[in-house]
Design a binder for this molecule. Structure first.
Ligand code: PRP
Ligand code: URA
Length: 241
């Protein structure tokens, strides 16, 4: 049994477990699904921000002056398009001054490799802490590629916030970027032969946005030999670590 890396934080909160059960349920419709993504992000985001540094700030209450504290780092929210979009508003409620920098990646259905299609980051980093928002950490390819982009940009600290992770994805991310904290609501069992998290929740983008295009895009669609081989290799790496 592979060891869980110290960078992985699975929320122990009962509200998180309850809301995640509703989210996973196949009968949950897109409207409620979006509400649950938002609520879970709020709870996980609160936990993920627990170690942000503070700086002294002199303020005056109606009674007297006092030494208070304010957040020190500038924080950037990095939603991975498109499924990460549903997590942005909740994080902006917690951190109204955060900057939002979108990264567009989709996963090639056959190779499971991330394909970048949108990135408008300016030349130099404008924030110190980056929080990647993406509901699913499956093979970890999308996340590891995003961390590469953000470190190259100059971000001093990167965290990943996902709703569900697969062991294969945690291994990919924690071995390529051991300094990146991974905050999730659950660590699931494994990836199936199409790279979907089991038991998971299906396709997080489709379930949020109501885009059910038919059997070819569904998690249960039959195996593709190439994709199945990609997943087997990830699982071999995981067993041998
Ligand atoms: C999903 C998900 C992640 C990625 C995870 O996006 O939102 O970005 O897959 O998979 P990985 O860990 O194996 O890289 P998808 O490619 O389905 O794009 P979408 O958000 O546009 O639906
Ligand atoms: N993307 C999803 O939306 N779901 C998975 O299970 C894996 C990748």
């Amino acid at each position: 049994m592979p060891e869980t890396p110290s960078s992985l934080h699975v929320s122990p909160h009962p509200l998180v477990a309850h809301k995640l059960a509703l989210l996973r349920d196949k009968h949950t419709e897109p409207k409620q699904f979006r509400e649950l993504v938002r609520e879970l992000t709020w709870l996980l985001g609160y936990e993920a921000m627990a170690d942000l540094t503070l700086q002294p700030s002199r303020i005056e209450t109606p009674l007297e002056p006092m030494d208070a504290q304010r957040l020190e780092p500038r924080v950037g929210l990095i939603p991975i398009l498109r499924a990460g979009l549903g997590m942005v508003d909740a994080m902006l409620e917690l951190l109204p001054t955060a900057e939002v920098w979108h990264i567009g990646l989709y996963r090639d259905e056959r190779t499971l490799k991330p394909v970048e299609y949108y990135n408008k980051l300016p030349d130099a980093a404008t924030v110190q802490v980056c929080l990647i928002l993406d509901p699913m950490l499956a093979t970890g390819g999308s996340s590891a590629a995003t961390v590469d982009i953000l470190k190259h940009w100059g971000a001093a600290r990167v965290k990943q916030l996902s709703l569900i992770a697969a062991p294969e994805g945690v291994r990919t991310l924690s071995s390529t970027h051991p300094d990146v904290d991974i905050h999730v609501a659950a660590l699931d069992s494994h990836l199936n032969e199409r790279g979907y998290i089991v038991p998971g929740l299906g396709d997080a983008g489709d379930r949020q946005f109501g885009t059910f295009a038919g059997p070819a895009s569904e998690p249960g669609h039959g195996p593709d030999p190439h994709t199945a081989e990609v997943v087997r290799n990830l699982q071999r790496d995981l067993r041998n670590e």
